[in-house]
Design a protein around this ligand. Sequence first.
Ligand code: 5AD
Ligand code: SF4
Length: 587
Amino acid sequence: MHPLQCVLQVQRSLGWGPLASVSWLSLRMCRAHSSLSSTTCPSPERQEDGARKDFSSRLATGPTFQHFLKSASAPQEKLSSEVEDPPPYLMMDELLGRERKVYLETYGCQMNVNDTEIAWSILQKSGYLRTSNLQEADVILLVTCSIREKAEQTIWNRLHQLKALKTRRPRSRVPLRIGILGCMAERLKEEILNREKMVDVLAGPDAYRDLPRLLAVAESGQQAANVLLSLDETYADVMPVQTSPSATSAFVSIMRGCDNMCSYCIVPFTRGRERSRPVASILEEVKKLSEQGLKEVTLLGQNVNSFRDNSEVQFNNAVSTNLSRGFATNYKAKQGGLRFAHLLDQVSRVDPEMRIRFTSPHPKDFPDEVLQLIHERDNICKQIHLPAQSGSSRVLEAMRRGYSREAYVELVHHIKESIPGVSLSSDFIAGFCGETEEDHVQTVSLLREVQYNMGFLFAYSMRQKTRAYHRLKDDVPEEVKLRRLEELITVFREEATKANQMSVGCTQLVLVEGLSKRSATDLCGRNDGNLKVIFPDADMEDVNNPGLRVRAQPGDYVLVKITSASSQTLRGHVLCRTTLKDSSANC
Ligand code: 5AD
Ligand code: SF4
């Protein structure tokens, strides 16, 4: 990875969603000739395989086009306990994992991490086992990202490595199956199957429920794909499996997709239309996490604060939507439904000791009721990600962001006034189509003006299908993009260091995560602003048990006196163990 293209902090930027009113039906392809309407077609070299012959003969009496139409239009949210009939060409037991071992590898944003757990939850119910050892795997699934060219290149490279693994596989073992899941499957569709013959399964972001069937088809030597985008799939009933039992925090997906169509962004094409999960099912998941003892929940979505639960009919009235002042949408105004402020209010009431965060929001959806709630509620973190993308109104217009620099700056001031001490972060793109030196200087000046605590900075990468691809010219030379990106990173670091140094001398509430990666004698946690805080592992008083000396454990809240700060980390010493409610953090 070019050092300038790496993201500052962990790139937890979200997967980004898409527009797809016309969906693909389940697409089944044979290696020799792919076609939308074909079902399966065995590759010649394996035609002797008895099991597959049997499979093919069942196919002859198998599904009709009507079958696919039916499954395409059926409502997708089903109770997890509901038992379905297998498709007519597969026997029930072929949909079972038969203890095959699945190795899952995740690329890209936090949304993909969550999707990995959804996919795993579905496969686990089908009888698959999970392995963290690649050599042991019978099925390797890559959960992929398409946001920039480099992200896709990483996957192609990985596929080349996996090819060797597949070829070397001893005949005594079941054949290794390889699947591409997520955005890249959706964006490239059959191009992946044609280019990499060793890929057996393709599943787009809305097709994970179909994984057992796709793998069953692959089992017989066919390539299988489902890149159907849905208008309503939220996996509401699929509880992602918590992989690390000692984890202090969890991500809860509340909505999927994106209707914004920013001109540079592939997400509306890979992740489909915006749709929200019903409030009741989100609350149920948060309650379960609280009962498991988790101390932090991050609400996830491509446009998390555009949340709108329309599932309750009585809320589908004509209540119009409040946007941030000076902001517009690229789509027709939406009305009614339960909005983000309602959800945030409900979620934060589940457990006062549970921190609530959310990512990634769009700046247009910060009406006063949301800001007020963040200010008032102790357990909603005072941390807002406010992706600006550029500091130049001209570039923002070309990006179709729906706001000017002035409107954005006004919103920043309004947020800082409404939520004193708020921590801000942002995404920026360097070298978008037509960006001049003057535009770039404006972005630098926005970074200086706002003084973000965290930043995620990228060089522009042209993506096919986007509006920019069709209408604009990718005319900023690569070396200029990288030079501008480098300048943005330098300025961001200087400003973040200044902003973070304001914490020196303060006492902050830190949620302990565990040992610091760099030193076995230090612990690591996060403050309210989500900044990493490192402090020596020392014994301390427990505020609720005076006289008792304790050592901090993962999941504890402790007060830390901050003694130094860099652009990415704070350091300090621990004062006492406390609770979120009782904490007396002073800044
Ligand atoms: N090139 C570079 N960066 C992009 N992003 C989205 N699309 C592109 C692109 N084509 C960035 C935006 C977004 C973040 C998740 O990724 O800054 O907020
Ligand atoms: Fe992409 Fe814009 Fe949607 Fe974010 S809001 S996912 S940048 S289209």
